[in-house]
Design a protein around this ligand. Structure first.
Ligand code: S3P
Length: 170
C-alpha cells in the first residue's frame, strides 16, 4: 500500500483533512496541491482564477501536479476540487499508477462548509453556481478507482480508516 493516492471530490467535501489522516495512518508524506500551487506561484488558486481566469489556472495546476509526481516524495496528494475534472490530469494520474479516491459528500454539507469557510472559492460563490457545478462534476468524480460515500458527520480519521479497508480489498 505505497501509493501514490490522490484524493478528489467537490469543494468542502473534506479532501485535505482525509488526505492528512490517510497519510498519517499509512505513515507516508502528503501534499495539498493547492498549497504547493500557492507556494510556487505566490498566489492562491482563488487569486489565480480571479485575476488570470480559470484556463490559466488549470495550466498551472497541471504543471504543478506533474512536478509533484516527478519529485515523487508525496504518496498522498490532495487535489483541488476541479483538478480531477480535467482529462489531462486524470491521464497523468493514471500514467503514474496512482489510485484515485473520491470523497462523495452530500452537496448540502459541502455547501455549508463553503459558506462558512473564509477561503475564497471563485467557482462556488453562490449556492446556485456551486450546485450546478456539483451536479455537472459528479459523473466525472465517479470515474475514480474508489468511492467513499460519506454522510458528512464522520471524522477524517474514520474516513481514512474506511479508505484503508477499501484499499486492502482492492
Ligand atoms: C476549485 C477548488 C478549489 C481550488 C480552486 C478551484 C474547483 O479547491 O482548487 O478554487 O474547481 O473546484 P478546494 O476543492 O480545496 O476548495
Amino acid at each position: 500500500m505505497k501509493g501514490p493516492f490522490v484524493i478528489t471530490g467537490f469543494m468542502g467535501c473534506g479532501k485535505s483533512e482525509v488526505a492528512r489522516s490517510l497519510a498519517n495512518q499509512l505513515k507516508v508524506a502528503m501534499v495539498d496541491l493547492d498549497q504547493v500551487i500557492t507556494a510556487e506561484e505566490g498566489r492562491s488558486p482563488a487569486e489565480l482564477i480571479s485575476q488570470d481566469g480559470e484556463p490559466a489556472f488549470r495550466n498551472i495546476e497541471n504543471r504543478i501536479l506533474t512536478q509533484v509526481f516527478l519529485e515523487g516524495n508525496a504518496r498522498v496528494i490532495s487535489l483541488g476540487g476541479g483538478a480531477w475534472i480535467e482529462s489531462s490530469n486524470r491521464e497523468l494520474i493514471k500514467r503514474q499508477g496512482a489510485t484515485s479516491i473520491w470523497i462523495d459528500t452530500p452537496f448540502e454539507i459541502c455547501w455549508s462548509r463553503i459558506e462558512a469557510d473564509s477561503n475564497d472559492r471563485p467557482l462556488g460563490r453562490t449556492r446556485e453556481q456551486a450546485s450546478a457545478l456539483f451536479d455537472r462534476r459528479r459523473p466525472v468524480y465517479a470515474l475514480a478507482d474508489i468511492c467513499l460515500d460519506t454522510k458528512g458527520d464522520e471524522t477524517a480519521d474514520d474516513l481514512a480508516s474506511q479508505i484503508v479497508d477499501k484499499l486492502n480489498r482492492l
